[in-house]
Design a protein around this ligand. Structure first.
Ligand SMILES: [Zn+2]
Length: 429
């Protein structure tokens, strides 16, 4: 299997099974309900793990929770720890409801502070960081490789941090920040006084705490390439640690529908999307675009995803054709080539058309969609309405027939004519 790697800007071959393939995907900063775009790295990481395991790999996924951050202090003055704990639980509930299971490890920055302090001390000892007024900064000039991951020109580096005279070089970034008692109600003791870690250092430390100094895949959104991942790789490479072999960056989710545009402040959360569309439609939606490409979230694209989900589910009402095992190869080829899910989805649709239901069930299970293979029995009141409607149609009482159709629709069911003259009950979105 090969995957696109941002570091080398090329497709890189994974080791042969069983690997291992150890993956670290950056998780959310927890201060509010996560928006649907935050679900994408989670979904991509969980799908990759499922696919690798199905192919005999020893695959593992770490997804961190950033529960120390300015955004959290700003969102809950005086109660930041409580907000972070609550928002962590929201994130676990919301991603859990996607039905993909959970990563192997979900480390939190607040649990890792002693290890973060030790890592920073080592950077200082090796001349890659310095203390200044209770803060500690990484010295960009000490690491000539800096900028390689993101392709930043060294003279154009802009960290996006608050400007401060404490930095020796404006390109340097914070590893440790001294506590501001007026606005920051959580802190830890350190050799540099009371304070808290910067954002980037937590991922170098948590990845290496779990996997050691080298692992296979580091993932996250494209928006994290700079400065977050550039700074992570600088911290670890500066100490001579190999760190990630492959940098896998997923494309961003865009809100394109008018009702959900950012300009109107109406950004959909994972919870909103679950309530409006359900987990199956969300997963089918993510399948429709390559993991590296942008994906547009709108009423229209979600409706299309719901229709595709119905097509896949309705295939299981067909008579299964004898299993043609050799067809599985077509699916393998798509996913082994840079995890091309739109191509894999096309294979699933083809199997749906020709009644390869066993292969279809197996393929759907990789993406957490095995529930589509469970044919749903209509409840008695729905079957009763359907019978009455069938009778009304036989009697050419179209008014009653239309009314009963609407009643069925209100209950979430649809009658579809079958070739033999009967009908089939189909659950709607
Ligand atoms: Zn990170």
């Amino acid at each position: 299997m090969r995957l696109y790697d941002t570091w080398s800007r090329s497709l890189v071959e994974l080791p042969e099974p069983p690997g291992p393939v150890r993956m670290y995907f950056c998780g959310p900063t927890v201060y509010a309900r996560a928006h649907i775009g935050n679900a994408r790295p989670f979904v991509v990481g969980m799908w990759l793990r499922a696919w690798l395991r199905a192919n005999g790999y020893d695959a593992e996924l770490v997804h961190n929770i950033t529960d120390i951050n300015d955004k959290i202090y700003d969102a809950a003055p005086g109660a930041s720890a409580e907000l972070a704990a609550r928002a962590t639980q929201w994130y676990l509930d919301d991603t859990g409801d996607l039905g993909l299971g959970m990563p192997d490890h979900l480390p939190r920055a607040t649990d890792s502070v002693p290890a973060i302090v030790a890592f920073i001390e080592e950077l200082i000892a090796h001349g890659h960081a310095y203390e200044s007024g209770g803060d500690v900064y990484f010295s960009v000039a000490s690491h000539p490789e800096y900028g390689r991951l993101s392709g930043q020109r060294p003279d154009q580096v802009e960290q996006g941090e608050e400007p401060t005279a404490l930095k020796r070089d404006p390109r340097d970034f914070a590893l440790w920040k001294t506590n501001k008692p007026a606005t920051e109600d959580t802190w830890w003791d350190s050799p540099w006084g009371r304070g808290r870690p910067g954002w980037h250092i937590e991922c170098s430390v948590m990845a290496e705490q779990i996997y050691g100094p080298a692992f296979e895949i580091h993932g996250g959104g494209l928006d994290l390439v700079f400065p977050h991942h550039e700074n992570e790789v600088a911290q670890s490479h500066a100490l001579g640690h190999p760190f990630a072999q492959i940098w896998a960056h997923n494309g961003m989710l865009r809100f394109t529908g008018e009702k959900m545009s950012k300009s109107t402040g109406n950004v959909a959360t994972i919870r909103d999307a679950l309530e409006q569309w359900g987990s199956e439609t969300i997963l089918v939606f993510f399948l429709t675009a390559s993991w590296r490409k942008p994906i547009d979230y709108s009423e229209e694209t979600m409706r299309q995803a719901a229709a595709r989900r119905d097509t896949l589910r309705n295939a299981f009402t067909l008579e299964p054709a004898p299993v043609e095992e050799e067809r599985w190869r077509a699916f393998v080829v798509t996913l082994d080539d840079d995890f091309d899910t739109p191509a894999a989805l096309a294979v699933l649709h083809e199997w749906a058309t020709v009644g390869q239901l066993e292969l279809l069930r197996r393929g759907l299970a990789i993406f957490g969609l095995e529930s589509l293979a469970e044919r749903e029995e209509a409840p008695p009141e729905v079957r009763d309405l359907a019978e009455r409607r069938a009778r009304a149609r036989t009697e050419r009482d179209f008014e009653t027939s239309d009314r009963l159709r609407d009643e069925l629709g209100a209950l979430g069911w649809e009658m579809r004519d079958e070739p033999g003259g009967g009908y089939m009950l189909v659950r709607r979105a």
